[in-house]
Design a protein around this ligand. Structure first.
Ligand SMILES: Cc1cc2nc3c(=O)[nH]c(=O)nc-3n(C[C@H](O)[C@H](O)[C@H](O)COP(=O)(O)OP(=O)(O)OC[C@H]3O[C@@H](n4cnc5c(N)ncnc54)[C@H](O)[C@@H]3O)c2cc1C
Length: 393
């Protein structure tokens, strides 16, 4: 049957035409490599289009290795240094794409995420990279070179880059394809879990707080020695908002997260110093000054102090700054912005993303056990790891 195949021969095959795969294709193409990007979906870069609420938070100007979670916290440094936020911004400016800094170094498109996808497709075109959407990969094998079989087509190349992304948003077609391919080639994968994901209340907390859905407050959310000072949002099922999404990437089952409801403020100071009457109404008024009324009232109802002695007020103050919430779980991959865990970084060269065991096999982007904080860091990792591999092809 093989004589019926449409045979394609390249220098490198890139599986997955998302952020990392397209950047890899651009960098390899610019160096004269003949590359093909094989994408399962009917069009490339679908996740880019829905990112950042449709405006794509394409990088973060304050990006360092400290913004990433990984089994090896040093691994990302080399790639991040080789392809920086300034490098991507230069590309954005070359294409005259208007952008702005929203908050905390996060850069967004003024118009739409489509601008970023257009940029990537144009650069691919100029670099000679060939893009194949609608490719259903059936099998990947390796003898003297890699062979990818997809229906009537057969693609061959001495190098294979796996850029098929993580498990988040299965509705958009995310699968475990890349992890399975890693295992097929004997490359270790660290356990995956949803990251940047809303947390679910326990049944008891759901009864207590869910009717506050929509209320938000600036808090510090902490666990596992990490903390984030940002907005928290109460939802119909639990907690969300940037502070919670950030801490969710660190949260482990059965652990509690600690929430400081009044960062840097002393809620009970007036009662302790005697400048306001020492009663529950004053306490409520003091808490209402720092968090929304409904949350303040409900929180005090549930955590009503037994007395208003100095000790009891000091306990109350501590509690306000260390409210322990034990989530029942997360909203899962369906709502997660990223997949934490993935291809073990010990298996890869930090400089090129090439497998140490299988020469010519590369893993890039979200598939790798490098997970960014919220705020443009995951795209910066996709660009940086993609560029590192692309320059090594
Ligand atoms: C709702 C949402 C909003 C986000 N917003 C931001 C943001 O603003 N800023 C930020 O930094 N990060 C954001 N992220 C995270 C960011 O989108 C990802 O980290 C990034 O896209 C990862 O790039 P990637 O190329 O590794 O994977 P992807 O972009 O997921 O690309 C993988 C590609 O591989 C294809 N593929 C999968 N399986 C196969 C297969 N078997 N054969 C061929 N192709 C296959 C997929 O169709 C896809 O096109 C967001 C994520 C979500 C879900």
């Amino acid at each position: 049957m093989s004589h019926n195949f449409l045979k394609h021969k390249y220098d490198a095959l890139i599986l997955g035409g998302g952020a990392a795969g397209l950047m890899c294709a651009i960098e390899a193409g610019k160096r004269g490599r003949r590359v093909a990007v094989l994408e399962r979906a009917e069009r490339l870069g679908k996740k880019i289009l829905i990112s950042g609420g449709g405006r794509c938070n394409f990088t973060n100007i304050h990006c360092t290795a400290a913004n990433f979670i990984s089994g090896n916290t040093h691994f990302a440094k080399s790639a991040l240094a080789r392809y920086t936020p300034a490098d991507f911004v230069a590309l954005v400016e070359k294409h005259h794409i208007p952008y702005h800094e929203k908050t905390l170094g996060q850069l967004f498109c003024d118009r739409s995420a489509q601008d970023i996808l257009d940029l990537l497709e144009k650069e691919c075109h100029e670099s000679g990279a060939q893009l194949f959407p609608n490719i259903a990969i059936q099998e990947v094998t390796r003898a003297d070179e890699f062979v990818v079989c997809a229906g009537e087509r057969e693609f061959r190349a001495p190098a294979l880059v796996v850029a098929t992304g993580g498990l988040s948003i299965p509705k958009m077609g995310a699968t475990g394809f890349g992890y399975e391919l890693a295992r097929q080639f004997g490359v270790a994968v660290r356990e995956t879990r949803p990251g940047l994901v809303p947390l679910l209340f326990s049944a008891e907390d759901a009864r207590r707080y869910c009717e506050l859905a929509g209320v938000s407050a600036e808090v510090i959310a902490a666990c596992e020695g990490q903390h984030f000072r940002e907005k928290m949002l109460v939802t119909h099922r639990g907690l969300s908002g940037p502070a919670i999404l950030q801490i969710s990437s660190y949260w482990k089952k059965k652990e509690s997260i600690l929430i400081d409801l009044a960062p840097e403020l002393q809620v009970t100071a007036g009662l302790l110093e005697g400048t306001v009457p020492r009663n529950v109404a004053s306490l409520r008024a003091a808490l209402r000054r720092v968090i929304p009324n409904r949350l303040a009232d409900r929180w005090l109802e549930i955590h009503q102090p037994k007395s208003l002695t100095n000790n009891a007020l000091e306990d109350m103050e501590r509690h306000i700054h260390r409210w322990a919430v034990a989530p029942a779980g997360t909203e899962g991959y369906g709502k997660a912005e990223v997949t934490a865990g993935g291809v073990d970084t010990n298996e890869l060269s930090a400089k090129t993303m090439e497998s140490r065991k299988v020469p010519g096999l590369f893993f890039i982007g979200e598939l790798v056990d490098v997970t960014g904080h919220l705020g443009g860091f995951n795209f910066q990792w996709a660009w940086a790891s993609g560029a590192s591999a692309g320059r090594a092809l």
